[in-house]
Design a binder for this molecule. Structure first.
Ligand code: MN3
Length: 263
């Protein structure tokens, strides 16, 4: 139960956020709840759509509880920071350095969690397995030899990522035609740039080079290797989860992102 003082404080925070947010972002929430800047996207398929590879109970808990918690905690973190709340989840992780220090860790964890999961649901689909095609298939061949070799390397990286995190297929930027496999810890995003060292900052300044504010990297595919993504069905057998996950990868979505964003 909330005390009266807490309830007043919550109401005040929510009201302040609702007043200062641009109207386009004040999405009407169902059930008469207060509008918030970030909302949980619906799963693009039923909880049991990915059976038997990813079980319905895991999908339900993962989406309705874990992803929802990231969204709720992100909204709490930005409640008093309307300039931050204006940014899309992708902008948040691309420009994490500019987020006020007071809420940077909360945005890193929960903004990252919201963005990563919003992509992850779309990277899977119900139905028969497909294979990479078109320009994206050519890029896979150029970077890894063939699709089988890519899958082996990706699975190895996902197995090596100790603890909770994600493994990603990214490209350094549009037009490079290069693909990379990389892993991040927790809900960190490969789109977040490492902070520049003082030496690098002064080098850039001395050479009159503008300090880069965000990376040009693009995410094509991501695999959630947190135990909450597989423990109910696979327990400690992450390798089995990864092997099963290839059956539900939505290659059309991944190839579409490549064709649209990275060519
Ligand atoms: Mn997860």
């Amino acid at each position: 139960m909330m005390t009266r003082r807490e309830a007043l404080k919550t109401t005040a925070l929510v009201s302040a956020a609702a007043i200062t947010l641009p109207s386009a972002l004040a999405q009407p929430a169902a059930g008469g709840a207060q509008a918030v800047p970030y909302t949980l996207p619906a799963l693009p398929y039923a909880f049991d759509a990915l059976e038997p590879h990813i079980d319905a109970r895991t999908m339900e808990v993962h989406h309705d509880r874990h992803h929802k918690a990231y969204v709720d905690n992100l909204n709490k973190a930005v409640a008093e920071f309307p300039d931050v709340a204006k940014k899309s989840p992708e902008e948040l992780v691309r420009t994490l350095d500019t987020v006020p220090e007071k809420i940077r860790t909360a945005v890193r964890n929960n903004g990252g969690g919201h963005y990563n999961h919003s992509l992850f649901w779309q990277m899977m689909r119900k139905g028969s397995a497909t294979t990479p095609e078109g320009a994206f298939a050519k890029a896979i061949e150029k970077s890894f030899g063939d699709v089988a070799a890519f899958k082996t390397k990706f699975a190895e990286a996902a197995m090596k990522n100790f603890g909770s995190g994600w493994t990603w297929l990214t490209t350094p930027g549009p037009g490079t035609g290069t693909l990379m496999i990389e892993s991040t810890a927790n809900q960190d995003s490969p789109l977040t740039m490492a902070p520049l060292s003082a030496d690098m900052k002064s080098f850039l300044k001395d050479n009159e080079v503008a300090t880069p504010t965000q990376s040009a990297k693009i995410i094509l595919l991501g695999l959630d290797t947190w135990e909450h993504a597989y423990y109910l069905k696979y327990q400690n057998k992450r390798a089995d989860y990864i092997a099963a996950w290839w059956n539900v990868v939505n290659w059309d979505f991944v190839a579409g992102r490549y064709a649209q964003l990275a060519k």
